[in-house]
Design a protein around this ligand. Structure first.
Ligand SMILES: Cc1cc2nc3c(=O)[nH]c(=O)nc-3n(C[C@H](O)[C@H](O)[C@H](O)COP(=O)(O)OP(=O)(O)OC[C@H]3O[C@@H](n4cnc5c(N)ncnc54)[C@H](O)[C@@H]3O)c2cc1C
Length: 458
């Protein structure tokens, strides 16, 4: 269908103010936070489930591609409409419909910004734990579609563990309401699990019932530095093996620390070649005793420096060190290919040793930091001149080597960000052939005309 006709029919369906082809709107909806974009023909700003249903019924009849967009803060090109067609933005569906602490639920529209939900729940003394670093800009719908995680997922689990109910509009415009406000539910298949992480390929999420839990009243933190990455990784195992389950356990390597020293000043970043951040939360008395016990454990393990924070300001100052890492790597002026790979926790040292060897081989620096407790390390290949095709081939070769090694170690090519288009090339080789076939069969069953987010990994 020609573009003008498509736009007119959509205006007839949902109204002029919800449909745009303005240059700036098309540009904004062509790309997320990854490198490559593609323009849609038109953007529809849905304001209700009824709008989404109308667009999908129409798109299904006309066989027009539809790509859903939350906040566009994805790291893998998931919201990029590679086949053009319609981008359906749920950004205007941003109401928090209900927070009910008696039931331990929050019911939200998909465009709600994750940080806004956390704050609203926190005001009532409750907690929505999944905490992607992008939480001030990403949406809950996007988090559901990517099964987002973050530092606190070591203790609290990822987005999937906080989704009790979903309303989903399917490719043909039909609506399915899954789960509800009960914290346990074994009434049929785990269909919620099928949609969480489906990256907009199986349906469009239009309402989410989230599980919320009481907010721990106290927290304290440790910032420890070590002579080597291996020492810090050994400390991770010792903390967990010692019977402690920190709220967060974050590790960084020497390239990351040096970049942070250059960017924020060496006074703020402790000496040493590796850094460990430990957060303990819970009731004040147990936090006090646990933080001391973990601190003395780290001392016994020979950490070079150890700082303890027992109040909010001190904890935030330690988190600032962690938050500085990403910005410091960007400040190097190199392009950061951030690969959120995950390996079994016992393989962390092997992984980082491999990355040190890989950087010699490919001639590009590699920075590793992230969620040590989960084995989910962000491996950042730092590329100089990414627009140069020769450099691009070399960086792709480095990624080939990295992903091959991750798979050899029993790991996965994405722990958080998803596959999108960024990792499409590696997807088939990264999962079992039976699992790949199941992905394809599900896609065909739910979206036989391949109109939902086409051109991606299934
Ligand atoms: C600085 C930075 C830090 C980050 N840190 C983390 C991190 O710590 N942990 C982490 O997990 N991720 C992280 N990310 C990646 C990203 O923020 C997450 O993937 C996030 O969940 C994307 O949400 P979004 O609303 O921006 O989704 P979008 O980018 O808009 O979309 C992402 C995917 O979800 C689909 N989608 C969006 N909304 C819906 C919906 N309502 N129904 C169906 N499909 C939908 C899209 O089609 C697309 O495939 C980071 C990104 C940045 C830029």
């Amino acid at each position: 269908m020609d573009s003008d006709k498509l736009v007119q029919l959509l205006i007839d369906l949902v109204g002029t103010d919800k449909v745009s082809t303005a240059g700036s709107v098309i540009e904004e909806h062509s790309i997320d936070k990854w490198l490559v974009g593609h323009p849609p023909d038109v953007v529809v700003f849905a304001e209700s489930t009824a709008d989404v249903v109308a667009v999908m019924e129409f798109a299904s009849q006309q066989e027009v591609a539809v790509t859903t967009r939350g906040a566009g803060a994805g790291y893998v090109g998931g919201a990029v409409p590679v086949k053009g067609g319609i981008v359906i933005s749920v950004a205007r569906m941003n109401a928090i419909r209900e927070i009910n602490t008696d039931d331990g639920v929050a019911i939200v529209e998909p465009g709600v910004i994750t940080g806004d939900l956390q704050e609203a729940v926190r005001k009532q003394g409750w907690f929505y734990p999944p905490d992607p670093a992008s939480l001030k800009e990403c949406s809950i719908g996007g988090n559901v579609a990517t099964n987002a995680g973050g530092p606190h997922c070591l203790k609290y689990g990822v987005t999937r563990h906080y989704i009790l109910g979903l309303e989903v509009v399917l490719a043909d415009g039909s609506v399915a309401r899954l789960g509800g406000r009960c914290h346990k539910d074994k009434t049929g298949f785990d269909l919620i699990g099928m949609f969480v992480g489906s990256e907009g390929l199986l349906g469009i999420v239009t309402e989410i019932t989230c599980r919320i839990i009481p907010h721990p009243p106290a927290r304290a933190m440790l910032s420890a530095s070590f002579q080597s990455f291996a020492d810090a990784a050994a400390a991770v195992q010792a903390v967990l093996g010692g019977g402690f389950l920190p709220a967060a356990l974050e590790i960084s390597d020497k390239f990351t620390l040096n970049a942070a020293r250059d960017h924020v000043g060496s006074g703020l970043i402790p000496e040493g070649q590796s850094h460990l951040l430990v957060e303990i939360d819970g009731q004040a008395e147990s936090v006090n005793s646990e933080i001391r016990a973990v601190g003395s454990l780290l001392n016994d393990l020979g950490c070079l420096t150890l700082e303890t924070a027992e109040n909010e300001a001190g904890c935030e100052a330690i988190w600032e060190i962690r938050r500085a890492f990403s910005y410091s790597l960007r400040a190097t002026g190199l392009t950061k290919l951030n690969e959120d790979i995950v390996v079994p926790r016992g393989k962390l040292v092997e992984l980082v040793a491999f990355c040190e060897q890989l950087q010699q081989q490919c001639g590009m620096p590699i920075a590793c930091f992230g969620h040590a407790g989960d084995g989910n390390i962000h491996v950042n290949i730092m590329v100089d001149g990414i627009d140069d095709p020769v450099v691009r081939v070399r960086s792709d070769e480095a990624l080939d080597c990295l992903f091959r090694e991750v798979i050899r170690l029993g790991g996965r090519i994405s722990g958080e960000h998803g596959i999108g288009i960024a990792k499409k090339r590696w997807f088939d080789g990264a999962i079992d052939s039976g699992a790949l076939d199941l992905h394809q069969r599900l896609k065909v069953a739910l979206d036989p005309k391949d109109i939902l987010n086409p051109g991606k990994f299934v």
